[in-house]
Design a protein around this ligand. Structure first.
Ligand SMILES: [Fe+2]
Ligand SMILES: [Fe+2]
Length: 190
């Protein structure tokens, strides 16, 4: 009886079953046209409007996070821990930097970053919060960070290899959100 091919070893595959490592010349040619699409080329092009929508929802999330952390920074001053109030400001600044990077990528893809205040909270994955007590603030921020982590994880999976630049950007932001969540969890335990 013939031995099964070892499918995990590509060199043992018959030549016909191997996908050649060759570039898609038609896509390269297409990249020479549609200049109005900026950085969106044939690889990401079919997904462009969905990518822009996902990025705009993430932009809304970051902007709501900036507002929530700012509110907490200013209202936590005078409460028990000035260090935590300062940390809220550090997070607000980092979320604002995330928003800027997302907006820049949206423009690179030929889209328009949506900063409309009227729809921010509906489009955001995370919530605004007006807690007045320190532990409640930390808790609300931890919930928001966990929601952001889950949303970015899902978006990264959706983007996959459709647009590696966007995926890397989202992975960078995700790592920051994981750092934020870890810090908040430590504050909550104190
Ligand atoms: Fe963020
Ligand atoms: Fe964060």
């Amino acid at each position: 009886m013939a031995k099964d091919h070892d499918k995990t070893n590509v060199t043992s595959l018959p030549l016909a079953e191997r996908k050649p490592m060759a570039l898609d010349e038609a896509a390269l040619e297409a990249a020479r046209h549609s200049l109005d699409q900026g950085a969106a080329t044939p690889s990401s092009g079919p997904w462009r409007s969905e990518l822009i929508k996902l990025l705009n929802d993430s932009l809304a999330t970051e902007l709501v996070c900036v507002l929530r952390y700012k509110r907490h920074h200013f209202t936590a001053q005078g409460l028990a821990s000035p260090k935590i109030a300062e940390e809220f400001l550090v997070h607000a600044t980092e979320e604002a930097a995330h928003a800027d990077r997302l907006a820049r990528r949206i423009v690179q893809l030929g889209g328009e970053p949506d900063f409309s205040p009227d729809t921010l909270s509906q489009r955001s994955h995370a919530s605004y919060d007006e807690s007045s007590e320190l532990k409640s603030m930390i808790r609300a921020n931890l919930i928001a960070e966990r929601v952001a982590i889950e949303a970015y994880t899902q978006i990264i999976a959706l983007v996959g290899d459709k647009d590696s630049t966007t995926r890397r950007l989202l992975e960078d932001i995700l790592a920051d959100e994981q750092g934020h969540a870890e810090e908040l969890k430590d504050w909550l335990a104190k």
